[in-house]
Design a protein around this ligand. Structure first.
Ligand SMILES: NC(=O)c1ccc[n+]([C@@H]2O[C@H](COP(=O)([O-])OP(=O)(O)OC[C@H]3O[C@@H](n4cnc5c(N)ncnc54)[C@H](O)[C@@H]3O)[C@@H](O)[C@H]2O)c1
Length: 355
């Protein structure tokens, strides 16, 4: 290993670091762990935005590699170049509606991409037997709940969409690499995240954006589907904890205990925007639209294992987190506009094309 690499206590690939959760995670980890080299491996799909990472892009312990996790030889070069000893795997096609329109990319990235990473991790076990593999997944793998009950780590998998089925396949592969090859894995299954840097196709930034423009606010079906929301910073703190302290081979559920019907959430966003911007009742823009096929009714997480074992609990109340989120998108209108127009892609060309 060369001297530049030897100075780092750990060398970690973070896949999908230019996406919503990945950006928030790197903004937490890079300054917090100056002795770790954090290698952001991302192929920059429509959902990525490297400008999120401006505050850390010149840190000596951060590098970006423009690599697709479906390209095993490109990935291998990264593993070798940085003598990697851990992976935190967030890269995914992540939008359920897109998976219904066209599942192929979901199968490639979420299953084959995960498989490529596992194979390279398995090979690295020869140099580093304790190679750590943290797989980031979703509560959607469990399917839908009725009016009562919670998802625990023992809940059987019943994915409904091509997205959740592809994530479930990834989870099973990761579990099998622990059981079969003794790979030091952890998997986390988290509920819906919200907060800064989320691509505005997802419910909360979509509603903020449309309400700002006076456009219709589409709500699926009767609007009574329930999601359990967690502020992204709380998720990232949980990931930090599980990566470092989670038991090998285990899975941990992460959730905010904030169950709310979609339509109630949309009304709350409207009220927050009315308070801030004035100009009439935005909830009158709500339009109920034809339901998503296979739409899960209710998700709710039992997060008692991570609370008990690792001492994690969310720090942001839903009221405070939602208020901060609405304020962030309104204060960062350029970010939203650049996302929608695709202008942020220019940032990549300016920053990285000559490197
Ligand atoms: N957003 C949520 O509410 C939520 C909840 C639970 C779990 N998750 C999981 O967390 C992870 C991150 O989610 P997100 O919301 O940040 O997603 P996102 O869509 O915002 O970002 C995904 C990132 O992965 C990158 N990527 C996609 N395909 C790739 C490929 N083939 N090679 C390299 N990079 C690729 C994209 O460019 C993007 O930067 C995903 O695995 C998702 O399943 C998300």
């Amino acid at each position: 290993m060369n001297k530049d690499l030897e100075q780092f206590e750990r060398r970690i690939i973070v896949t999908g670091g230019a996406g919503f959760i990945g950006s928030n995670l790197l903004l937490l980890l890079v300054p917090k762990y100056p002795d770790y080299l954090l290698v952001n491996v991302d192929c920059l799909t429509y959902a990525a935005n490297l400008s999120n990472l401006r505050p850390i892009e010149n840190h000596p312990n951060y590098v970006f590699e423009h690599v697709n996790i479906c390209d095993r030889s490109g990935l291998k070069e990264c593993f070798d170049k940085y003598a990697v000893d851990a992976v935190i795997h967030l890269a995914a096609e992540s939008h359920v509606d897109r998976s219904i329109l066209g599942p192929a990319d979901f199968i490639d990235t979420n299953i084959m991409g995960t498989f490529n990473l596992l194979e390279l991790a398995r090979a690295r076990m020869e140099q580093k037997a304790s190679f750590r593999f943290h797989h980031i997944s979703t509560d959607e793998v469990f399917g839908s709940l009725g009016e009562t009950g919670y998802f625990t780590e023992e809940t059987p998998y019943r994915p409904s969409s091509p997205y959740s089925a592809s994530k479930a396949a990834g989870d099973h592969l990761v579990g099998s690499y622990h059981k079969t090859y003794g790979l030091n894995t952890v998997t986390t299954n988290c509920s819906n995240n919200y907060g800064p840097y989320q691509f505005p196709e997802k419910l909360i930034p979509l509603i903020i954006r449309n309400a700002r423009e006076g456009l219709p606010l589409p709500v699926y079906g009767d609007g009574k589907n329930i999601r359990d929301w967690l502020y992204v910073e709380d998720h990232c703190r949980a990931l930090d904890l599980v990566f470092h302290e989670g038991t090998a081979g285990k899975t941990y559920n992460i959730g905010g205990s904030n169950e709310i019907e979609n339509v109630v959430l949309v009304r709350r966003i409207c009220r927050l925007m009315d308070e801030r911007l004035g100009g009439g009742k935005r909830e009158e823009l709500i339009e109920f639209v034809k339901d998503r096929p296979g739409h899960d009714r209710r998700y709710a997480i039992d997060a008692s294992l991570i609370q008990r074992e690792l001492g994690w609990k969310p720090q942001h109340s839903f009221d405070a987190g939602l208020k901060a989120t609405v304020a962030w998108y309104l204060d960062n209108e350029d970010w939203l506009d650049n996302c929608i127009s695709g202008k942020y892609l220019k940032y990549y060309e300016e920053m990285y094309s000559n490197r």
